[in-house]
Design a protein around this ligand. Structure first.
Ligand code: SAM
Length: 218
């Protein structure tokens, strides 16, 4: 992929329109909209496809994987209610676009990817853009126990169930956001850790993610 870190008026304009579009779809968190308005999403695309970068669609990034739809990224980010300094585990680094949004919100991000080619690509691209997350390679369905606990956990691939092991890595008061369902569609689920043993679970809208593949997944 050819990376040209050029943010022209055309892309800036398209990004402003995308922000207005996301607000019209119900995204209210001003910080989330600001982050999306700031991050040049076209940097994640080959130049040939820059005209697709600010459409509200998922897009293939190779190895059968996708950069998530901007609405989905905004929706999950809003649900996390990130506070500056929050320690966030992201499962499914992918292109790293969601990682950048979390970092713009002030999170300290630990992100894990199971596909080596994607991992190797993203660990070069993000620092080149100034986003120095903590990158891990491996099966994130088990979380990253030796870095736990986390204020927030976000899963960016569709899971068949909520892995218990992830709940154990949440701080009390922490939030997990995870799409749960079958391979065709998932409900967005948020789980809040109320105490050592109590969790509140809320089911929200329907989405379609690529599958979470691993020990605690498909
Ligand atoms: N959030 C990403 C973005 O903004 O581009 C999109 C993520 S993509 C929809 C889902 C990613 O999860 C894929 O890159 C996939 O390889 C990864 N994935 C699937 N199962 C995983 C697992 N068990 N551990 C870590 N990553 C996983």
């Amino acid at each position: 992929m050819a990376y040209k870190f050029v943010d022209n008026y055309r892309e800036q304009g398209a990004r402003k329109k995308l922000v207005l579009h996301l607000a019209s779809r119900g995204i209210e968190d001003k910080n989330v909209l600001k982050a999306i308005g700031k991050i040049p999403r076209h940097f994640f695309f080959d130049e040939t496809f820059w005209n697709q970068a600010y459409r509200d669609i998922a897009f293939p990034i190779g190895d059968g994987q996708t950069i998530s739809q901007p609405y989905t990224v905004a929706y999950q980010s809003e649900l996390l209610h990130i506070k500056r300094g929050d320690k966030v585990l992201e499962i499914g680094t992918g292109s790293g676009y969601q990682t950048c949004v979390l970092m713009e919100l002030g999170a300290n991000v630990y992100t894990i990817e199971r596909q080596e080619s994607i991992y190797k690509h993203t660990i070069k691209v993000l620092p080149g853009m100034g986003y120095n997350a903590h990158f891990f390679f491996g099966d994130g369905s088990r979380g990253i126990a030796d870095q736990a606990p986390y204020d927030k956990i976000i899963v960016t691939a569709g899971a068949p169930f909520v892995p218990e092991i992830l709940l154990k890595q949440l701080k009390i008061g922490g939030v997990l956001v995870i799409p749960v369902g079958d391979e065709r569609s998932q409900k967005m689920v948020t789980v809040i850790r109320i105490s050592e043993s109590d969790f509140d679970r809320i089911e929200l809208d329907t989405f379609r993610f690529v599958p979470l593949v691993g020990d605690q997944a498909w």
